[in-house]
Write a protein that binds this ligand. Structure first.
Ligand SMILES: Cc1ncc(COP(=O)(O)O)c(C=O)c1O
Length: 390
């Protein structure tokens, strides 16, 4: 009675279970190293905080904004031109969001009808499945496995599915898999989507957290992508502004108009100081962004070499703030996760929490400093969980 069927369908994530067990153990006096969350632990650049502080002090900045300012849209267009060489019309091809999570949920409500079919990756960030489900749409899962390098095999999708599909949702660099693609995959994707009249929604939230010189491409670098697609990007990970909610969607004007209209029923625009801080982030110096990526890269190196030395074979991610690690042979990822928390005091997320094809893996967040990551390796070694199983 108190929850709609729609809500019941998408409730109860593994994140809540992991967090609840963590709280119980902490209440019993245990210290847990939390590598389960995808929230940046690093601060924003000082010039961004300074801009926010300045704008918050201005009493004129407290009204409804309704939507993002022309300056914000121009800043996004400027950033896309600098970073990807992509030209955007700030008036029609940019839409500000209160975080990409909001945008991903609302765009599904804006575009989809009950019964529509949506192609979604599995395993994947949960909203790609929950968004279409909240809109009453059906899901067709694209399995992302080690065998296909965690990239969907578009030519393997049955013709009748392609004929019915209305939207495909993808995310590279990806959460939780830390998988990446080169630009040629986006060419293939755009060609596929045009051939079957399918809209594309690409989530590029981790486009700047890439390592070893790798520069993730944008969907919109493909000529014609804007005719059928939208890309979302966020200031949360790139600029360490996760709590200072600001993101944007870029690309097809008609898809963006529908999203803007849907949003107008549930929000009145981002807080002006947050928009101005975002403008400072997008148009200001980008060296802090590169330094942030280097910090994650060092953490990745430390954790991967530490875990490999224990006999837990974990691959190096090329991007994101995550490692995607196969659990020791014969173990269930859910059971392994809770054992790891009990015996080692280290929290991660079981892969099956991101979809059926994530079974047998865990997602480890690089979201603590090097000292704590070293301590996590020591604790995992002492727990005997790896040695015992391999
Ligand atoms: C792939 C991906 N997309 C979107 C988001 C949401 O980001 P935002 O803070 O912009 O809502 C996250 C957050 O973890 C994410 O991992």
């Amino acid at each position: 009675m108190y929850r709609s069927d729609r809500l019941k369908q998408v409730s109860g994530t593994i994140f809540a279970l992991v967090a609840a067990r963590k709280r119980e153990l902490e209440a019993a006096g245990r210290h847990i190293i939390d590598l389960s969350i995808g929230s940046p632990d690093l601060p924003p650049a000082p010039h961004i905080i300074e801009r926010l502080r300045h704008e918050v002090a201005d009493p004129n900045n407290y009204g409804y904004t309704i939507q993002c300012s022309a300056e914000f849209n121009q800043a996004v267009a400027y950033w896309y031109a600098q970073r990807f060489g992509v030209t955007l019309n700030p008036a029609t091809e940019v839409l500000g969001l209160l975080g990409s999570q909001e945008g991903l949920a609302n765009i599904c409500l804006a575009l989809l009808n009950p019964g529509d079919l949506v192609l979604v990756p599995d395993p994947a960030y949960p909203i790609y499945q929950a968004g279409p489900q909240l809109a009453g749409a059906e899901i067709y899962r694209l399995p992302l496995t080690a065998e296909n390098n965690y990239i969907p095999q578009l030519d393997r999708i049955p013709p009748e599915v392609c004929a019915r599909a209305k939207l495909i949702i993808l995310n590279f660099p990806s959460n939780p898999l830390a998988a990446t693609v080169e630009l040629d995959f986006f060419y293939e994707l755009v060609e596929f989507a045009r051939r079957h009249s399918i809209l594309i929604l690409h989530d590029a939230a981790y486009s700047e957290l890439a390592f070893d010189g790798f520069r993730p491409p944008s969907l919109l670098q493909v000529p014609g992508a804007k005719e059928i697609g939208v890309e979302m990007n966020s200031l949360s990970k790139t600029f360490n502004l996760a709590g200072c909610r600001m993101a944007y969607a870029v690309g097809n004007p008609l898809m963006l108009q529908a999203l803007a209209e849907m949003k107008s029923h549930s929000d009145y625009g981002p807080f002006e100081p947050v928009q101005r801080a975002a403008i400072a982030a997008l148009t200001g110096p980008q060296d802090y962004v590169r330094q942030t990526a280097l910090i994650y890269q060092r953490r990745r190196d430390l954790l991967v070499s530490g875990l490999n030395a224990l006999g837990w074979s974990v691959n190096k991610s090329k991007a994101t703030m995550f490692l995607w690690a196969k659990v020791p042979e014969g173990q269930d990822d859910h059971h392994f996760t809770f054992q790891l928390m009990e015996k080692a005091g280290v929290a991660v997320i079981p892969g099956s929490g991101f979809g059926e094809y994530g079974r047998g893996y865990v997602r480890i967040g690089l979201v603590q400093d090097e000292e704590l990551l070293q301590e996590a390796v020591r604790r995992i070694a002492a727990s005997g969980l790896i040695r015992a199983a391999s």
